[in-house]
Design a protein around this ligand. Structure first.
Ligand code: ATP
Length: 136
């Protein structure tokens, strides 16, 4: 069995990663998923959270927003709205986004607006969690 599979991580505005990978871990709809070389084919949803992938024995991390993932035995493609490494995350911007969302949630709004703001808050909190975990 091969030790690696090809991993491609694409966000709306760029290719985040394209190369070999030994293991991938991401948050799916019903919990954490792990992908190793030879994984059976599947397509599933990716929820906003932390994604990690191992290259040459070293784990790399990314804050990911919602998307899809297509797995087959030799190649896995992650398509997410946004992807940032911990080093790329602007903590101040994420904090401002969090405060803005929290303020909007205190105001009366339609259900649609509510979900929109809740998703923005979720993205901001996720970015803050990922930097907190990996930046010291
Ligand atoms: P904001 O309100 O600050 O724009 P957002 O959650 O609405 O935050 P997104 O729509 O998720 O932003 O992302 C838009 C683009 O900005 C993407 O390319 C994303 O990677 C980038 N981005 C968003 N927030 C940050 C951040 N805190 N640090 C670095 N890049 C960010």
């Amino acid at each position: 069995m091969a030790k690696t599979f090809q991993l491609q991580i694409i966000s709306c505005d760029r290719q985040f990663y394209d190369g070999p990978c030994e293991m991938l871990v991401f948050d799916g709809l019903d919990g954490e998923y792990g992908v190793l070389p030879g994984h059976e084919p599947m397509v599933t949803c990716l929820t906003a959270g932390e994604l990690r992938y191992k290259v040459d024995g070293e784990w790399h991390y990314a804050a990911i927003s919602n998307g899809f993932i297509a797995v087959n035995p030799i190649k896995t493609t992650v398509m997410a709205d946004t992807a940032e490494s911990p080093e790329e995350i602007d903590v101040r911007r994420a904090n401002e986004a969090r405060l803005r969302a929290e303020e909007l949630l205190r105001q009366k709004q339609s259900i649609q607006e509510y979900y929109h703001v809740q998703a923005a808050l979720n993205r901001a909190m996720n970015r803050l969690r990922v930097t907190k975990r990996h930046m010291h």
